[in-house]
Design a protein around this ligand. Structure first.
Ligand SMILES: *Cc1c(COP(=O)(O)O)cnc(C)c1O
Length: 390
């Protein structure tokens, strides 16, 4: 008999009841150190008092009115996001893939409305992940995701990640945009080089393409800057974000320049739930914390400490761990032994991490962790690596 929850996930048999900061407790009372953060979502950890306060304050006032009306929280959050970034305008969604779909529409409409209706194709990177809509799986092309779901939209030309020559060679008169994650998330925590990201900006300008950075996982302070592309000193034209901006509440957004969003006039796009007052109260509260003086510097310092500690573990356990990589608190451990087995053993020892492609385990703690959480995680990983080889 099919489970009542459609069985699209091979779920781990743990039910969490409560969370606080970087810790989760399951229904048996067992405590776990959460370095998964709901896959880079709980950026401020669990039950952050300020987020709880802002959400409950809003819950007592107003939940939903629809986008038929102005929504004050959207206007304030959009104003802040545009002041903090390259963007001039923002569309709010409930999830990452919806923000990414909005980016696809912005690109197509821009090319259409600026005299290039033939430019409808996207260059994307191998190993990329943009979500699970039919269009997003058409972009990622991985057999695991697309098998049985065709025919899919034929609009995506895939090239090797972080390889400029291959990308330039794939540009045709039909190309509308370049669309990449500055750091592959699901693809195994692979940061693109700064030179590559800069060259993408130049290449997009040279060929009249829009540049889209999918910062759904890498954004909102995860790498120690508000957005990962800031490390390269260049900006995209369009940027879908989600995950961290809601701190655990479903929020996504598509940010764009005025130039790129030229065609997004009334009637061209919409969402019933996107940007509702509850979501906007939380999004604004997350930004309050992440943009507070010193917060991102703290993430950089914490990230450097954790990365150094992970590199130490790689040195101590070359039979289990091959490499520590990433940026800020978006870190990955490439494994020698199967990553899935290591994830299970780490969980048995009280540490939650999440697997990614390329035999990597992702280490994505809340941005608010301190030395104590780092020490505890390192000690659990150390012990687990010894057990693997025992
Ligand atoms: C998680 C993710 C998505 C999809 O977000 P959903 O909220 O699951 O739809 C898209 N792109 C990247 C880079 C992601 O990490």
């Amino acid at each position: 008999m099919i489970p009542v929850v459609m069985p699209t996930y091979a779920r781990i048999d743990v039910v969490f009841e409560r969370g606080e900061g970087a810790y989760l407790w399951d229904t048996t009372g067992r405590r776990f150190l959460d370095f998964t953060s709901g896959i880079a979502v709980n950026a401020l950890g669990h039950a952050h008092p300020y987020l709880v306060q802002k959400l409950t304050e809003q819950a007592h006032k107003l939940w939903h009115t629809s986008n038929l009306f102005r929504v004050a929280g959207q206007e304030s959050l959009a104003k802040r996001l545009t002041e903090l970034t390259f963007a001039d305008t923002v569309f709010f969604t409930n999830s990452g893939v919806e923000a990414w779909e909005c980016a696809v529409k912005v690109v197509r409409k821009y090319q259409h409305d600026t005299g290039h209706p033939e430019k409808t194709r996207f260059i994307v990177a191998g190993g990329a992940f943009h979500g699970r809509s039919t269009t997003a799986i058409a972009a990622a092309k991985s057999e695991k995701m697309v098998g049985g779901f065709g025919p899919l939209l034929d609009a995506f030309d895939q090239v090797a990640f972080d390889n400029l020559n291959e990308l330039r060679a794939a540009i045709t008169p039909q190309t509308a945009a370049i669309m990449v994650e500055p750091i592959l998330g699901e693809g195994g925590i692979r940061p693109a080089s700064v030179e590559y990201l800069r060259a993408l900006r130049e290449t997009a300008d040279e060929f009249g393409l829009l540049l889209v950075f999918d910062e759904i996982q890498s954004g909102v302070g995860r790498t120690g800057r508000l957005f990962a592309h800031e490390w390269a000193g260049i900006t995209p034209d369009v940027m879908p974000i989600a995950k961290g901006i809601g701190g655990g509440f479903p929020v996504g957004a598509c940010l764009a320049t005025e130039k790129a969003a030229v065609g997004m006039v009334p009637g061209t796009h919409g969402s019933t739930f996107g940007g509702n007052p509850l979501a906007m109260a939380v999004g604004n509260a997350v930004l309050d914390v992440v943009t507070a003086p010193g917060f991102l510097e703290q993430v950089q310092a914490t990230g450097a400490k954790l990365e150094a500690a992970l590199k130490g573990l790689v040195e101590r356990h070359p039979g289990v761990l091959a490499e520590a990589r990433g940026k800020g608190l978006m870190l990955g451990l490439k494994c020698v032994t199967p990553n899935a087995e290591l994830v299970t053993r780490l969980r048995d020892n009280g540490l939650l991490v999440v697997a990614a492609a390329d035999n990597v385990i992702r280490v994505l703690p809340p941005l608010t962790i301190g030395d104590a959480e780092i020490a505890e995680a390192v000690s659990i990983i150390d012990k687990t690596c010894r057990e693997v080889l025992a």
